[in-house]
Design a protein around this ligand. Structure first.
Ligand SMILES: Nc1nc2c(ncn2[C@@H]2O[C@H](COP(=O)(O)OP(=O)(O)OP(=O)(O)O)[C@@H](O)[C@H]2O)c(=O)[nH]1
Ligand SMILES: [Mg+2]
Length: 195
């Protein structure tokens, strides 16, 4: 399966291009890409970003596809499904991806063949940016986007999705969801074993 690495967005909370910000000597997004590529079920990583950032991300040596919508992560997933087919989606700002967790989700995805296979917390909160999507999810996503409804969670709940309960899984897998939104989030990774 291809990993679609979302890399559009404005990084307003961070204040500059966070995905190229060097963490332990390399761009934040490379931590995410290198980790997801360690999953056995992932053969390739493709970066999904806006037209203006295409070239800078190409310099990292990975295939880049352009998200023309710029409506947030839902547009990135839409672009990935249209251009790549089934994908495992991650956010480029997730430096602590656990390859075993990715493989666990991919395995369930191939067993159950849902439209999406998404981790879910006990309180109902979903983790849609660490999830497997079928190309058949495109139809409902497109309908939702056409209506101006850009919440991925909503499209997932309207679909025949498989939910992965997070609480019973190994606790350290939860680090996989950690994402860098502010400069102070960097303190949480520096000096720790996260990356
Ligand atoms: N392809 C694509 N990716 C996006 C888009 N918006 C956000 N992303 C990515 O989705 C992931 C989660 O984004 P957030 O951290 O919520 O948002 P952000 O825009 O990067 O930052 P803020 O402006 O601080 O909210 C990040 O990896 C972003 O790069 C978009 O419109 N298109
Ligand atoms: Mg984020």
């Amino acid at each position: 399966m291809i990993a679609a690495v979302l890399a559009g967005g404005k990084a307003k909370r961070f204040g500059e291009e966070k995905l190229l910000y060097k963490v332990s000597g390399k761009p934040l997004i490379l931590h995410a890409i290198e980790s997801v590529l360690k999953a056995e079920g992932i053969d390739e990583a493709v970066i999904v970003t806006s037209r203006e950032k295409k070239e800078v991300f190409e310099e990292l040596g990975f295939k880049v596809i352009v998200d023309e919508l710029e409506i947030g992560p839902a547009g990135g997933v839409y672009t990935a499904l249209r251009k790549l087919g089934d994908v495992f989606v991650i956010a480029g700002d997730m430096p602590s991806i656990k390859p075993k967790f990715v493989d666990y989700i991919i395995k369930r995805f191939y067993e159950l063949r849902p439209l999406a296979c998404v981790p879910k917390w006990e309180n109902g909160y979903l983790e849609p940016l660490h999830a497997a999507y079928s190309k058949n999810f495109l139809k409902i996503l497109e309908e939702q986007i056409t209506k101006g409804r850009y919440m991925l969670n909503e499209a997932i709940r309207l679909s025949n999705s498989c939910y992965i309960e997070i609480e019973p899984l190994p606790k350290e897998w939860r680090e996989s969801f950690f994402n860098v939104n502010t400069k102070s989030d960097l303190r949480k990774i520096r000096g720790s074993s996260r990356v």
